[in-house]
Design a binder for this molecule. Structure first.
Ligand code: NAD
Ligand code: UDP
Ligand code: UDP
Length: 327
């Protein structure tokens, strides 16, 4: 049955794919975004669909709409962007989720909160299971994001206990794919853009730190399955691809797939950069009957195609935050 679904952060990388999937399933989608890191070009192709509605709005302010489901994705996700205005980042996570939970409470909507593997900080337990409480620096440069997202999880669980909300939390691990922001500093977009431009590929530290990369289509499928679970399922549930790579291996793969002449160069490791990250997805397998299906190689090929096209169009935004002006 068709539903009215609110996607906050819908003009961002993951949000734009989610909006598309929800529309394809015949739902009405209300996309809310303040374009801090998102862009209208990400959802341009949806504007003709009469079931799609776009609203410029900042989730730190109350929002009164009537919907059946809410996916709360609004929050900058890349370190460059979330550290640009750290106070606003925490406000977006904390006040934003309070507003969305208040909305869900008033209209009796189901709500799904996009949390993050960053709640585990620099993890001592490996791979990370959902019952691990994490190793997070509360006062560092990443804290505005990590602690904001942790507090958002707290609020979701308190609204469930106190107000009997049907709410869900997914902890998203590194996700990549078309429509990542070309200048947001995340590793996949950085390396692909550097390889395509033939400039040096910047490995931070010695490149031995690890991450596990999930293709965006797999993630979106898991989010939709999570929303479809019954009231008894709140989570949190890890969503990610458990196949782990070092950052150096990732760089080598991208060089190979692009046929680039770029050289690998080493740069200082940013503060509090987690050494290793790999999701334990047993819970997702059991509860959602889900596991990733797209191999890194196949996902990277699609991502490379996207960036190749974007760079050749010549309208790619040039620096972090620049897309604010380039709407
Ligand atoms: P993104 O930066 O592309 O998307 C975030 C969107 O939220 C953007 O469109 C931005 O303009 C919007 N936004 C930011 N602040 C807002 C505000 N106050 N009001 C309204 N809109 C606002 O990032 P993404 O990778 O698509 O991430 C989406 C969600 O998934 C985020 O909540 C992020 O924390 C989470 N997540 C992503 C990853 C990943 O690897 N991409 C990993 C873990 C968690
Ligand atoms: N809120 C909102 N839309 C709604 C209902 C509530 O944005 O449809 C906001 C409201 O402004 C409030 C927050 O959500 O600040 C939390 O609402 P709740 O009802 O839980 O708390 P209260 O209003 O009692 O503080
Ligand atoms: N990284 C890198 N070079 C880059 C960008 C990132 O070596 O140009 C590293 C970064 O230090 C981190 C990993 O790649 O160890 C993943 O970084 P990203 O910002 O994508 O995600 P997160 O650190 O939040 O997992």
């Amino acid at each position: 049955m068709s539903k009215r679904i609110l996607v906050t952060g819908g003009a961002g990388f993951i949000g734009s794919h989610l909006c598309q999937r929800l529309l394809d399933a015949g739902n009405d989608v209300l996309c809310v975004d303040n374009y801090f890191t998102g862009a209208r070009r990400n959802i341009l192709h949806l504007l003709d669909n009469h079931r799609f509605e776009l609203l410029r709005h900042d989730v730190t302010f109350p929002l009164y709409v009537e919907v059946d489901e809410i996916y709360n994705l609004a929050c900058p996700a890349s370190p460059i962007h979330y550290q640009f205005d750290p106070v606003q980042t925490t406000k977006t996570s904390v006040i934003g989720v309070i507003n969305m939970l208040g909305l869900a409470k008033r209209v009796k909507a189901k709500i799904l909160q996009a949390s993050t593997s960053e709640v585990y900080g620099d993890p001592i337990v490996h791979p990370q299971t959902e019952d691990y409480w994490g190793n997070v620096n509360p006062i560092g440069f990443r804290s505005c994001y990590d602690e904001g997202k942790r507090c958002a999880e707290t609020l979701v669980f308190d609204y469930v206990r106190q107000h009997k909300l049907a709410a869900k939390v997914v902890r998203i691990f590194n996700t990549y794919g078309p429509r990542m922001h070309p200048n947001d500093g995340r590793v996949v977009s950085n390396f692909v853009v550097q390889a395509l431009r033939g400039v040096d590929i910047t490995l931070y530290g010695d490149g031995s730190q690890t991450r596990s990369f999930c293709y965006v289509d797999d993630l979106v499928e898991a989010m939709i399955r999570m929303m479809a679970t019954g009231r008894e399922t709140t989570g949190p549930i890890n969503i990610g691809n458990p196949v782990e790579f070092t950052i150096k291996e990732l760089a080598e793969r991208i060089v190979e797939l692009t046929g680039s002449k770029s050289k690998l160069v080493f740069r200082p490791l940013p503060a509090d950069d987690p050494r290793q990250r790999q999701p334990d997805i047993s819970k997702a397998r059991e509860v959602l009957k889900w596991e990733p299906t797209v191999r890194l190689r196949d996902g990277l090929i699609k991502t490379i195609e996207y960036f190749d096209d974007l760079l050749h169009r010549g309208d790619a935004p040039h620096k972090a935050g620049a897309n604010r002006a380039a709407l």
